[in-house]
Design a protein around this ligand. Sequence first.
Ligand code: MN3
Length: 209
Amino acid sequence: MAFELPKLDYAYDALEPYIDARTMEIHHTKHHAAYTANLNNALTGSGLEGKSIEEILSGVSKLSPAVRNNGGGFYNHNLFWKIMGPKGGGHPGGQLAAAIDKDFGSFEKFRTEFSAAAATRFGSGWAWLVKTPGGLKATSTPNQDNPLMALAEVKGTPILGIDVWEHAYYHKYQNRREDYLASYWSVVDWDVVSKRFERLKDKPNLLHI
Ligand code: MN3
């Protein structure tokens, strides 16, 4: 069965004033829609039809650039929409808060490390909070790569991710990526992120969450 562009759980203007409605609409209906369509085209006749997106991405070093780029784009945006929302902001709680304190020292130190990963990613890419066998890590990847891919520098399951392609912020913030990064914390839905983390407890990486 072909992959489908997911519907958002909130309206395009729900993340205002941090992410503007026009950016959200174009990002979802044009960019994410194109990755989805191009992924389905690239998979036709590849022998990979019917596999989950996580299974496909974990083998991506052996696959075509079209599957790598569009499969990554499909998965990364699915995650991006899910972990944001109009009730965003604040702090994580429970097990995720404890794990962040243990692995980064504090929530503030985590934010600093994650923001630095996002700010210093040259050109287009993503920054991530990743669950790895060695604990939580902050990292970034180029283009539409992600930590599920065997070729990633830091491998694991992404818990949180921010799109730092210019299409994600240029309409509102122009070249001011750091202003966009600062606003991002007001739209992160920590309940969703915490649930992702808790579902991974004592489970192997690449769990379908
Ligand atoms: Mn994007």
